[in-house]
Design a protein. Structure first.
Length: 131
């Protein structure tokens, strides 16, 4: 897709803008219409000078789409019966998505694991288990 898009760009500045992150915005804007509203919950640990920690939790609105997992993929890929796979758009998301993050979709909260970012940084693919 990116090669086709760049092949139609006749100005080097346009091609560079797409490669420099505008594709994240473009992809997010177009796909936003097809994705569900969700809440990303991120928790970070901040260490103090005395060896203790303070936990900070932040929430932000995101757009997600469930990726269907076939029974063959469940057996071959180590998916549990209740585990799902999601695409989370990166447009407008502050900070990284990690294995400590949670995702709430339609009232169900999922503990996330194995987040993978696509090369264009337009979405994460992540597995989630209801908590």
């Amino acid at each position: 897709f990116v090669r086709q898009l760049l092949g139609h760009c006749h100005h080097d500045g346009v091609a560079m803008a797409i490669l420099d992150g505008d594709i994240q915005s473009l992809f997010g804007t177009v796909m936003d219409l097809f994705y569900l509203d969700a809440t990303l919950i991120s928790t970070t640990q901040v260490y103090d000078d005395e060896g203790g920690t303070t936990e900070t939790t932040t929430t932000q609105a995101v757009k997600v789409q469930e990726d269907m997992v076939s029974e063959a993929n469940r057996a071959a890929g180590g998916f549990s019966q209740n585990e799902k796979q999601f695409f989370v758009l990166q447009k407008g998301v502050a900070g990284p998505l990690t294995g400590d993050s949670r995702l709430t979709i339609a009232g169900i909260t999922y503990a996330l694991r194995e987040p993978q970012q696509d090369p264009a940084k337009s979405y994460w693919q992540v597995r989630g288990v209801p908590v």
